[in-house]
Design a protein around this ligand. Structure first.
Ligand code: FES
Length: 167
């Protein structure tokens, strides 16, 4: 799991905050930078941002959830992203996403208990002719179906298993 230690978070957060004024108007930009840095919004970081901007922590959390684009859990070693842009949606993207949730036994924005996989839905990633598309790590999987999800995940889990036993 790509969870970041508290010390590292504090250190990197200091760098991020040093580039901002402690004002409410800076909040979204700060949260974006925190997510870019860690891949999600760690709880400690949200509290520190609240402290810095003098905004109650509950309000910072409220803003972050309102925008519906921030993650609150770390990314898995294999981030899985299902595209639900218009083209992918029209071609059955929602069914593909459901299949991923079943296969991984997690919901969107969550991470598997072993930290191997995280699941997110994304807007158009720019290859609509291949819809519906799933991105796993750096790899684009085109024209997905629920059946292909099972195949791809089985292959990936098998590779994972081999890598673990080879160590
Ligand atoms: S809508 Fe999915 S790639 Fe464009």
């Amino acid at each position: 799991m790509k969870e970041t230690s508290s010390k590292k978070i504090a250190e990197q957060l200091r760098q991020i905050l040093s580039g901002h004024r402690p004002e409410r108007v800076e909040l979204i930009r700060i949260l974006q930078e925190v997510e870019e840095k860690f891949g999600y919004l760690p709880r400690e970081a949200m509290l520190e941002v609240a402290n810095f901007t003098q905004i109650p922590a509950s309000a910072v959390y409220g803003v972050a959830t309102f925008y519906n684009r921030f993650r609150f859990t770390p990314l898995g070693r294999h981030p899985v992203k299902a595209c639900l842009g218009t083209a992918c949606h029209m071609q059955g993207g929602a069914l593909v996403l459901e299949a991923l949730e079943r296969e991984l036994e997690i919901k969107v924005s969550d991470i598997t208990h072993d930290g191997e996989f995280s699941l997110d839905r994304v807007a158009c990633i720019g290859c609509c002719v291949l819809a519906p598309v799933v991105v796993i790590g750096e790899d684009i999987h085109p024209r997905m179906t629920p059946f292909k999800v099972e195949e791809v995940m089985a292959k990936l889990k098998e590779t994972e298993h081999q890598e673990t036993t080879d160590k």
